[in-house]
Design a protein around this ligand. Structure first.
Ligand SMILES: [Zn+2]
Length: 472
């Protein structure tokens, strides 16, 4: 692997090698579990899932940690509104997270620590920061003193002076300076609280991630990921806490995915354009959603709309139908029969696609470019299956192996999932057969009839077009 990643910390592309050979430590900020996650949150989940799988496909072991924030202001407010405890709210939406993430084909993390289960390590890190003079207590609250960490701002590229000038002037006389942020918040009436050396209270959001990353992955991690909206202040604060506590670099690589825009606006609840992943998944397959997310560079903004998702869904149908044709051809393979002539063109295009796929994935994780190589192979195989000289089954099997590898990394084709075929897929296959007949490609048209009949679908050609029905 010769991976280059854009590192937000240096503002440059850098060659990525894990600090310990063969083992990658990877932390990403997980959801606050007060609601179903929205399609904008699904972007980092899918993108980092695919980066992790790509590393694994190259033989690296990836320790991939994504937390659940199960205590904060939003959790407390929402629980109060719903008349449940914060813990009950968290249970409900952690279960919903797994359901929705599974339904999107997102692999489970190596660990999903929850803030409320990590209090000892959170409290220990806060104590260390106080002992080292980076934090101070004020009436049961504890604040990080930003002025004691001169490198503050290095990730987002802002100087502490600029940040101070731009900081909202809050009327809060407990803080020594406006940029100081809470590590521990003293209990307020009715709020859940944990015992600490500063009295009962709860942790701030930023310290959770620093403490959990350290606990599960060590002082210095290879990659820290998250949405670009987290770069400031969340990730800047994580760096300040972790590096002030350990005296070591926190994350070697910082990577951030771009925004997901809904009809060109940054998605947020306040804009009223809220779509949960669950809503989207009810209408579109996981393969289509993943293809949509991976068809843009991870750092670019993407525009989400019904139309762009429908486009992805059509493109996905080409992948899936191409795969169905390949599977059908291989299942019909005459035992051991050699092709009348090898298909040099197909063999060459699979070889090229393998090289291109890797080259593009290793070039700052250019999934969109890598997907181009996948469509090339689907196209070349279609051409090959319709050619005169007989099928070169070895070459087709080679193409199938490449597509399985791709699917193991991206989860966009459905090579191991024939069961999700719904009516929309039938229509796509029937349309493809119609095109094949128009082009006098009777071999392909008969293949599609075969694929459909294997699925219990009977076709009827009528003067009005082709109708289909399920065999009784
Ligand atoms: Zn975080």
């Amino acid at each position: 692997m010769n991976m280059r990643l854009y590192n937000d910390l240096s503002g440059r592309h850098e060659r990525f090698e894990p600090s310990r050979p063969g083992r990658v430590t990877f932390y990403t900020c997980g959801p606050t579990v007060y609601d179903y996650f929205h399609i904008g949150n699904a972007r980092p989940f899918i993108v980092f899932d695919v980066l992790r799988r790509f590393f694994e496909s190259k033989g690296l072991e990836v320790n991939f940690v994504q937390n659940f924030t199960d205590i904060d202001d939003k959790m407390i407010q929402r629980a109060e509104q719903a008349g449940v405890t914060v813990a009950e709210l968290a249970e409900k939406f952690i279960a919903a997270y797994y359901e929705d993430a599974d339904s999107l084909g997102i692999r489970r993390a190596s660990a999903n620590p929850r803030a409320t289960a990590e209090m000892p390590s959170i409290i220990e890190m806060i104590s260390t920061l106080i002992r080292k003079g980076h934090a101070y207590e004020a009436n049961g609250d504890v604040y990080f003193e930003v002025g004691t960490f001169p490198e503050y701002g290095k990730l987002s590229g802002q100087s502490p002076d600029d940040l101070r000038a731009g900081a909202r002037v809050e009327i809060d006389d407990r803080k020594r300076a406006p940029l100081d942020f809470a590590l521990w918040k003293a209990r307020k009436p009715g709020e859940p609280a944990w015992d600490s050396p500063w009295g009962p209270g709860r942790p701030g959001w930023h310290i959770e991630c620093s403490a959990m990353a350290r606990d599960y992955l060590g002082d210095t991690i290879d990659i820290h990921g998250g949405g670009s909206d987290l770069m400031f202040p969340h990730h800047e604060n994580e760096i300040a806490q972790s590096e002030a506590a350990s005296g070591k670099p926190f994350a070697r690589f910082w990577i951030h995915n771009g925004y997901l825009m809904i009809d060109q606006e940054k998605m947020s609840k306040s804009l009223g354009n809220f779509f949960t992943a669950r809503d989207v998944r009810a209408e579109f397959s996981a393969f289509a959603v993943r293809l949509f997310m991976l068809s843009a560079h991870y750092r670019s903004p993407v525009n989400f709309s019904r139309e762009t998702l429908e486009q992805a869904s059509h493109a996905q149908a080409r992948l899936r139908n191409g795969w169905a044709g390949i599977k059908f051809a291989l299942s019909a393979r005459p035992g051991g029969a050699a092709p009348r002539e090898p298909d040099a063109a197909l063999r060459e295009s699979v070889r090229e696609a393998r090289a291109l796929f890797d080259e593009r994935m290793e070039d700052d994780f250019n999934t969109a470019g890598a997907i181009g190589a996948v469509f090339d192979v689907i196209h070349a195989t279609n051409v090959s299956l319709g050619r005169e000289g007989g099928t070169d089954y070895g070459a087709v099997a080679d193409a199938a192996e490449f597509l399985r590898m791709v699917d193991g990394v991206m989860g966009i084709i459905g090579t191991d999932d024939e069961k999700r075929y719904g009516d929309a897929d039938m229509e796509a296959l029937i349309n493809e057969r119609h095109e094949a007949r128009k082009n006098k490609n009777y071999k392909r048209s008969d293949e599609i009839r075969g694929i459909l009949s294997q699925k219990g679908i009977i076709l009827e050609d009528t003067p009005q077009g082709t109708r289909w029905k399920r065999a009784e």
